[in-house]
Design a protein around this ligand. Sequence first.
Ligand code: PLP
Length: 388
Amino acid sequence: MTDEFFSAALDDLREKGLLREPRVFTACDGRTITLSGKKYLLFCSNDYLGLSQDARIVRAVEEGLAKYGFGSGGSRLISGTRTAHEKLERAIAQYLRAESSVLFGTGYGANSGAIPALAGKGDVIFADKLNHASIIDGCLLSKAEFVRYPHADMGALERLLSKTRCTGRRWIVTDGLFSMDGDLAPLDVVCGLAKKYDAGVYLDDAHAFGVLGEGGRGTASVFGVEGKIDVTVGTLGKAAGGAGAFATGSKKMTDYLVNKARTYIFSTAIPPAVAEGDLKAVEILAESGDRRKSLLSATSDVNAEMRKRGLARVGESYIIPLVVGSADKAVQFAGAFLEAGIFIQAVRPPAVAEGSARLRLTLSSAQLPDDRTALLSAVDKLFDGRSA
Ligand SMILES: Cc1ncc(COP(=O)(O)O)c(C=O)c1O
């Protein structure tokens, strides 16, 4: 194949305003980034509690490197498992009050491996339309029938559950806190429907893990349905500030994933030093009430300010989408924010639906009150009376 194909495809993306390139930060301290020698306030990170820069975690990783060296040298079932992985799995299960947990390399790998392991031919997966790409890919990789319901529409979910014939098992699969819209799945209703229609519940709590609910235990805790979720997936790459991911549930379920999830079986285990860092992060999450409080208080302040400006959406969380419409417009807004000293990425299709490109603004406990004042004054200047 020649480069002509790639050139044409890239030109096409450029014309549609959809060409992407990673921005390279020469420095990042969780609150600010440096880009081409200039410092900007960071308002689009998933490091919601600022733990990516926590000195206790950095030290744990350094000690892990000294103890284990760098790589794990193999997949978990061949030669990649160290005590660090096992300790981390126990700590996650304990933190989430689950019987057991199993690690994956990434949240993407957890969803794309666990879902096809859990659902197969004859089964039906009922999935929220706005679920994360890794869930969608997991559903597509499974041999199950894949039925999508309109976002958070529990009436539609019930209609689909009642009318879709299923000879095997039913699964309801949903994000907890939706990554691009910042609203919550109504998990109490989801669990009620799951009971009524004898379905399993698979929750991806990537964005709520460590932050929402009692002790940061996530969306199930917010809705009082801990114990009613069959599988909870989370990533250690967001509020935990590290890397890696997990699925929790019963011991039988995690043993099953160890034997059936291809992204667990056929992929190199995360470096043990990273597992040590993640372990420290989970310990810190368990006692991070103050950080959570400060983030949630900033969340309610900023959302109130957005509401005053007619910019708030239905949900209210530390993920605040400013929907502007076309991809080009979102890129222009991101450029204007940058000129105002604020780094927010434009989120464009296919990450969000056509016509709903947005600035995905996120808050972190690492930000200072002055940072949020600077953000709001930039919003005033850029949106100038226009609703998003
Ligand atoms: C809901 C959701 N699930 C899974 C993932 C993937 O997690 P990871 O970044 O660990 O691959 C993300 C990441 O953006 C996400 O938003």
